[in-house]
Ligand binder design. Structure first.
Ligand SMILES: [Ca+2]
Length: 133
C-alpha cells in the first residue's frame, strides 16, 4: 500500500484545531503502512510555542534511523539545521519544544517491517521556550 504525502500530512494551526490535540502515525494504533511520508506542520499563535509530548512510540529500529523515522524540526520546513530530534526504535523520546511558533513533524517508513508508530499530544503555550532555554 502506498500512502501519499497528502493522505497523511496535515497543517494544524490554532484556528483549525484547538489545542491540545493529538497527532499519530497513519492507522495508529494499527501498524503504519510501507512507504509513508507524512509532514505534519503545527503552528501556534504569535508569541506561543509548540509543546509536543510523545505518549507512545514504536518504530522499526535502524542505524541513524535510516529505515523508519520520526524527525522533528524547529521550523516550518524540513531544514536539516533545524532538527531537534530524529528517532526510531521503541524508547519514547519524551517531548519537543519549538523556539518559535512553528514545528514540523515528519514521519517516514521504508518498504518493509512496520510497527505501531507514534502518538503525541501538542499544546500551544505562551512563552514556554524562554522558560526552558
Ligand atoms: Ca520499515
Amino acid at each position: 500500500m502506498l500512502l501519499t504525502v497528502s493522505e497523511c500530512s496535515a497543517n494544524i494551526s490554532n484556528s483549525t484545531a484547538p489545542a491540545p490535540g493529538q497527532i499519530t502515525s497513519p492507522y495508529y494504533p494499527d501498524d503504519y503502512p510501507d512507504n509513508a511520508n507524512c509532514e505534519i506542520l503545527i503552528q501556534a499563535p504569535q508569541a506561543y510555542n509548540v509543546l509536543l509530548s510523545m505518549e507512545d512510540f514504536d518504530l522499526e529500529d535502524s542505524f541513524a534511523c535510516a529505515y523508519d523515522s520520526l524527525t522533528v524540526y524547529d521550523s516550518n520546513i524540513a531544514d536539516e539545521e533545524k532538527i531537534i530530534g530524529k528517532h526510531c526504535g521503541n524508547s519514547i523520546p519524551t517531548y519537543f519544544i519549538s523556539s518559535g511558533t512553528d514545528m514540523l513533524v515528519v514521519f517516514t517508513s521504508d518498504d518493509s517491517v512496520n510497527y505501531k508508530g507514534f502518538s503525541a499530544e501538542y499544546e500551544f503555550l505562551e512563552g514556554l521556550f524562554s522558560m526552558f532555554f
